[in-house]
Design a protein around this ligand. Structure first.
Ligand code: TRP
Length: 343
């Protein structure tokens, strides 16, 4: 039997989708459909580890699923669903809560950053977040996860949980008829040069949905005028663009805008600078604005069309959840048996 490697990734519906989500994640999911078995989730259970207004949560869940499809994921090829529809995620995460150690969880830098000074008053779910993420991945025995640098530590934890489970239940795993490990050791999947989109107002910060300035983030649902306006007002230095990428060193805002142009036009930064080197921002910004609108507007239009068709979206998500469950249920049956639950 040919082995098709399985990929899992997810996006949290906790903020409106922006250019960083598109270039850094969604767009990179698309080509994997042709080489891997692909499962793309909207991780609504992760979103509620911090407060979410229920109406916003629902709207964003549909929007992310719509963005997946509008950006080129084919629901006939990829499994597209929202996490809470497949209850095995919660079930496996509980078992992983009993495998993972407090010390491992306490070292998670994303938790420490998010909890900040307020660690007494964050949800227990936020602390357990990485254990649920490990369950997302291992429930499907996924071997590759396309995510950015910021998720590296969570993937390491996923491997630690898999290894400890494989080790602690070695006897039962082999008695259940498995040769070797039960859970695979999942790797980060590199999908070409990473595009780390930065804030339009501060080149040292990630573009994010929680940015202080409304002008720092291009949202996927922004209209053409808004996109052009945000790019026009983007912070830059006063110098002209260099003629090759090396000249961007120490110019984080310039580097970000040139990088966005390159990513949106499927070119290298050097190719972009071969065209714009020596030119000023007055020439570059309108060109970038036009390019961004040309790429993003058709996707936004398709997203709007899809989210307006609730019946169609529900059908797609139900079908995705059914296919996800068909993989998850037998794995969960094995897990229950291995840990000693009576069925
Ligand atoms: N933690 C991821 C993020 O913040 C989202 C996520 C949840 C995820 N479960 C996952 C990503 C499983 C990859 C695989 O981006």
């Amino acid at each position: 039997m040919a082995f098709t490697p399985r990929v899992f990734s997810g996006i949290k519906p906790s903020g409106d989708l922006h250019l960083g989500n598109y270039l850094g994640a969604i767009r990179r999911f698309v080509p994997l459909q042709d080489t891997h078995e692909t499962i793309y989730c909207v991780v609504d259970m992760h979103a509620i580890t911090v407060w979410q207004d229920p109406e916003d949560l629902r709207r964003r869940t549909y929007e992310i699923a719509a963005a997946y499809i509008a950006a080129g994921l084919d629901p006939a090829k990829s499994i597209i669903f929202n996490q809470s529809k497949v209850m095995e995620h919660a079930e496996l995460s509980w078992i992983f809560n009993c495998v993972a150690r407090m010390g491992w969880m306490s070292r998670m830098t994303q938790f420490k950053d998010k909890a900040g000074e307020n660690s007494e008053n964050v949800s227990l779910g936020l602390f357990a977040y990485p254990s649920l993420m490990a369950a997302d991945i291992l429930l499907y025995k996924a071997t590759g996860v396309p995510v950015g640098e910021d998720q590296k530590q969570h993937l390491e934890l996923t491997r630690d949980i898999a290894k400890k489970f494989n080790h602690d239940f070695r006897k039962q795993i082999s008695a259940a008829g498995f040769e070797g490990d039960f859970f695979p050791i999942t790797e980060t999947l590199a999908t070409g040069p990473a595009m780390r989109v930065k804030s339009l107002k501060d080149g040292s910060k990630k573009m994010s949905k929680s940015a202080e300035s409304d002008l720092s983030t291009i949202y996927m649902m922004d209209d053409a005028d808004m996109i052009a306006k945000k790019i026009k007002r983007a912070t830059t230095d006063a110098e002209a663009l260099p003629s090759e990428a090396a000249g961007l060193a120490g110019r984080s805002e310039a580097e970000n805008l040139a990088g966005i142009y390159a990513a949106l036009s499927n070119q290298t930064v050097d190719q972009v600078l071969a065209e714009f080197g020596g030119k000023g921002w007055g020439a570059f910004k309108p060109a970038l604005g036009e390019l961004a609108v040309a790429v993003l507007s058709p996707i936004a239009e398709e997203m709007k069309r899809l989210v307006a068709d609730r019946g169609e979206m529900d059908r797609i998500l139900r079908d995705g959840a059914d296919r996800a469950r068909a993989i998850a249920q037998p794995v969960m049956e094995d897990v229950r048996n291995i840990v000693g639950f009576i069925r």
